[in-house]
Design a protein around this ligand. Sequence first.
Ligand code: FHN
Length: 465
Amino acid sequence: MKRTIFTLILVILLVQGIFAQKTLTNDERMAWWRDARFGMFIHWGVYSLPAGTWDGHQIGNIGEWIMNRGKIPVADYRAMAKNFNPVKYDPDSWVKMAKDAGMKYIVITSKHHDGFALFDTKASDWNIVDATAYGKDLLKPLAEACRKYGIKLGFYYSQAQDWVNPGGTVIRRLTKEGWANPDSVIIDAYTKEHNGHWDPAQERRTFDKYINDVAVPQVKELLTNYGDIAVLWWDTPSGMTDDAATKLQSLLALQPGIITNDRLKRPNFPGDHKTPEQRIPNLADLDGTDWETCMTMNGTWGYKSYDHNWKSSQTLIRNLIDIASKGGNFLLNVGPTAEGEFPTESVEILAKMGEWMKVNGEAVYGTKASPWGLFPWGRCTRKETKNGTTLYFSVFEWPSDGKLIIPSFKNSVVSAKIITNGTKVKTSLSKDGNLTVTLPATAPDQVATVVRIDVKGKVPDKISK
Ligand code: FHN
C-alpha cells in the first residue's frame, strides 16, 4: 500500500515537473537577444517586382512604399502581384548567409504596409498562396532553415497600416512625394478627406473590423504555425487604438519567450526595446532601456533596382562595434529581389562582415557597454569573467606614435594582445592612471583592430575620463 502511494506521488511530481511552465523573468527572456547583438532584417514582398518603377515613372523614396507614394489603385497593385514568382528563393542560403555574417537572428516582413502576407493565411486572400504565381508559403521553409542553422526567427508585422485589406490605416503622403502625377490636385484633395486612403476599396471595412478579421487571426497564425518565434516586430502604430493593441498583445502568450519592440501603440505599449531607425543613438539619449538600431545597407528597405547608394562594409562593421559599445543591437536590412535573391552588394557586405566577426566576434557577442563611453580613436566593450574583466578596444584610427592611451585605468592588467593575429602587446600604467598600450607600427586590420586586455577585478559600468 505504502509503495503504491509512494509511486503515485512520484508520478504526480514527475507529471507536474514536465508540464510546469516556468515563467521567465524579463532578464531571462532578453538574455539571448542581449548576447546576440547582431541580426538580419529582411524586407521582402510584391513591391520588389516593380522595384521602384511604376508605369515608367521612378517613384520617390523607399521601395516598399511604392503603392502609397505612387497612389497605385488596389486592383492594379493586386494584378501586378500575380507575376510575383520568386523561383530562385533559397531560404537555406539566406539563413546561411546571415549565420556566416555573424548574425544570430532574422526578422522578416511577414506583412508590410501593402498588406501582402508572405504566408498562407485564412484571414485574407491577399497572400503568397492565393494571389501570386508562386503559390507557396514563403515563411515555412525559412523557419525550417532557421531551425537547421540555429538562428532565431522573428516576424515583422504591420499591424495598423494596410493599403490593400480594407479597413487598414494609411499614413498620408502627398502625390508629389511619389512622382509628378498630373492628377495630383484631385488625388491630394481625396486623400485629405479620406484619412490618407486614395482608393474607395481601402475603406470598405472599419478599422475595428480589420483588426478582428485580419490582424488578430494573422498574428495568431504567425505565432502558431511556424514553431518558435523569437521576435514580433510591430511597425507604424498610426491609427492604433488601445483596444486593438490589447487584442494583439494578448496573442503574444502563444510564444511565452517572445520579444517585442515599442511600435505596437505609443506610448502605453512600450514592449521590450526601443527602435532607433537609420541612426545610432548618442550616449546621452540612452536611458537603460534595451534598444536596437535598424538600418539599410543602401537607401531602401524593399528592393529598388536603381538604388546604388551602398554603405561600405567598413562603415557597417564600425556601426556594429559602435552599437555594441553603447549596449545596443544592430538589425541590418537586406531587400531581396522579386526572384528571391539577395542583391550582389548585400552578399558582398555580409561576407566582409562575416570575415571580421569570425576573428573578432568575441568583442561583440555577450558584451556590455563601454565604461569609458567613446574614444576619439575607437570603441570599447567588456565582459565580466569569473576572476576579472575582459576589455575589448576596437581601434578605428591607428595612433601615429604607436601609443594607445586609456585614461582613468583602475585595474591591474593580466594580459594584453591583438586578437586579429594573437600578437602580445606591452602596457604600462602611469601614476596618474593612464594606461599606455604599445602597438605595432601599422594596423593589422584597417577596419578595426581589436586589442583585448584582461584585467583583475570588476570594471565599473561608468568611468569618468
Ligand atoms: O514605413 C516603414 C518602413 O517601410 C520600414 O519598414 C521601416 C523599418 O523600420 N519602418 C517603417 C518606418 O518607420
